[in-house]
Design a protein around this ligand. Structure first.
Ligand SMILES: *Cc1c(COP(=O)(O)O)cnc(C)c1O
Length: 398
C-alpha cells in the first residue's frame, strides 16, 4: 500500500465516525465489473456496493442520462410534478405490477413508509392504535427506528431500546410460528423474499403462499422487502414474481438507482386508497429529478441490455462453481441463496479469507461472521465467475 493510500485511511479513521470496520482499501474509480484503488490496483468486484451497482461501473448511457438531468434540474420539491418522477413511477409500476409508488432516499426509509402505511390502514379500519407487526428472525430491514424495530437481530436493536412497540418475531419458512403470533391486532407481516444480511435464506414457495392466505383471510397486509433481492438479482425483476405471491406493500432500493441514493415503497390500489393520504407522509429529497432520472434509465437499460436474461444464464453456473468449491473444502458447510445472491457458509469466521482475496484483487463481502456473500453486478459473465472462483480457491486454506 502506498503512503498516499495509508494517509487517506488514517485521515478517515480520524474524521469519520467509526461505525464500520472497513477493509483497508481506498476506492478511486470503477469500470465494468472492476474497481480501482487510489494506487491504481485493479479488483474484480463481487459485491457491487452491496447489490447496488447492477449495471456495472461507467455505463455510458446511464452516466449520460444523469449528466443531462444535472444540466436540466437536480432538485425541485414534491410540491410540484417533475417528468423523471412521473416516468420512473410509470416504469416501476410496469415491472412490479404494483399500483402506487412513493420514492424515498434509502431502503430504510422505504421500510419506514411501508410500516406507516400498514399502521394507517389498520387505524382507518377500527380507529384503534397499538396494532402489531410480525417480522422474521434473522431479518434485516435497515437502521432507522422503525426499520430496526422489525429487524430480527437483537444485537442491532438492544443498545437502542425502546424500539417502536408491538413487533413480534416468527421464523422464516415456519408458518406455524407465524400463526402463533397473529392476534386481532396484527396489521402486517413483513419479510424479505430472500433474506440478505441475515444469511441468504430464500422464503419457500409454500411458506409464502400460506402467509399470503392467512393475510387475505384476516385482512393483514403482507409487506415484502425486496431491497436486496429485488431488481433482477434472483432472475426475476422482483423475487416474489417467481411464485406469483404478490405483496400488498413492497419495498425496493439498492439497485433501483444503481448508485444514486433512491428507494421506494409501492402498494396496491386498495392499500393506497385506505392508508396514507395528503399530509400523512413526506420527504424533501425523495424522488427528486436526479434520482428519478437514474431509476428511469436503470429500468430502460434492464430491458435493453437483457439484464435478467444474463442473471438467468450466469446464476446456475455460479451455483455450480460454488458447489464444486463446497465439495472440496470441509470448512464450507453449505451454499445457499437465489440467482446472483449467493452465500457460502463456513464453519469458521471468513474475515481472513476476504482479506486475502482483497490482496489478490477480488472484492468479496460477508453476511454475518461465517458467510461469504456474493452479490456481483448483474452484468457479470461466466468468465468472471471462473476468475472469482480461481482466486477464492487460493484464499480458503484449511
Ligand atoms: C440494505 C437493506 C435495507 C436498508 O437499506 P438502506 O438503503 O441501507 O437503508 C433494508 N432491507 C434490506 C433487505 C436490505 O438489504
Amino acid at each position: 500500500m502506498s503512503e498516499t493510500m495509508k494517509a487517506y485511511i488514517e485521515q478517515a479513521e480520524r474524521d469519520l465516525l467509526h461505525t464500520y470496520n472497513r477493509y483497508q482499501i481506498v476506492i478511486d474509480r470503477g469500470e465494468g465489473v472492476c474497481l480501482y484503488d487510489t494506487d491504481g490496483k485493479k479488483y474484480l468486484d463481487f459485491v457491487s456496493g452491496i447489490a447496488v451497482f447492477a449495471l456495472g461501473y461507467g455505463n455510458k448511457e446511464y452516466n449520460d442520462a444523469l449528466k443531462a438531468q444535472i444540466d436540466k434540474v437536480i432538485h425541485t420539491s414534491n410540491y410540484y410534478y417533475n417528468v423523471p418522477a412521473v416516468e420512473a413511477a410509470r416504469k416501476l409500476k410496469a415491472v412490479s405490477g404494483m399500483d402506487r409508488v412513493f420514492f424515498t432516499n434509502s431502503g430504510a426509509e422505504a421500510v419506514e413508509g411501508a410500516i406507516k402505511a400498514a399502521r394507517k390502514y389498520a387505524y382507518l379500519k377500527d380507529k384503534t392504535t397499538d396494532h402489531e407487526i410480525i417480522a422474521m428472525n434473522h431479518s434485516f430491514h435497515g437502521r432507522t427506528f422503525g426499520a430496526l424495530s422489525v429487524t430480527g437481530n437483537p444485537k442491532y436493536r438492544e443498545p437502542f431500546e425502546p424500539m417502536i412497540g408491538h413487533v413480534k418475531f416468527a421464523d422464516l419458512n415456519d408458518v406455524e410460528s407465524v400463526k402463533k403470533q397473529i392476534t386481532d391486532k396484527t396489521c402486517a407481516v413483513i419479510l424479505e423474499t430472500v433474506q440478505g444480511e441475515g444469511g441468504l435464506f430464500p422464503a419457500e414457495e409454500g411458506f409464502l403462499r400460506q402467509v399470503r392466505d392467512i393475510c387475505d383471510e384476516k385482512d393483514i397486509l403482507l409487506i415484502l422487502d425486496e431491497i436486496q433481492c429485488g431488481m433482477g438479482r434472483t432472475g426475476y425483476m422482483y423475487a416474489w414474481q417467481r411464485y406469483g405471491v404478490k405483496p400488498d406493500i413492497m419495498t425496493t432500493a439498492k439497485a433501483l438507482g444503481c448508485g444514486v441514493p433512491v428507494g421506494a415503497f409501492l402498494m396496491t390500489e386498495k392499500v393506497a386508497q385506505n392508508s396514507l393520504a395528503a399530509g400523512d407522509h413526506g420527504t424533501t429529497y425523495g424522488g427528486n429529478p436526479l434520482a428519478c432520472a437514474a431509476v428511469e434509465k436503470v429500468l430502460d437499460l434492464f430491458e435493453k441490455d437483457h439484464i435478467i436474461e444474463n442473471v438467468r444464464e450466469v446464476a446456475p453456473y455460479l451455483e455450480q462453481r460454488l458447489d464444486e468449491l463446497k465439495d472440496r473444502y470441509d470448512c464450507i458447510t453449505e451454499r445457499r441463496g437465489a440467482g446472483l445472491m449467493q452465500g457460502l457458509v463456513f464453519s469458521r469466521p471468513v474475515r481472513d479469507i476476504i482479506d486475502r482475496a482483497m490482496e489478490k484483487g477480488l472484492i468479496l463481502i460477508n453476511a454475518g461472521a461465517d458467510i461469504i456473500r456474493l452479490v456481483p453486478p448483474l452484468v457479470i459473465t461466466k468468465k468472471n465467475v471462473d476468475e472469482m472462483v480461481s482466486v477464492l480457491d487460493t484464499c480458503i486454506g484449511s
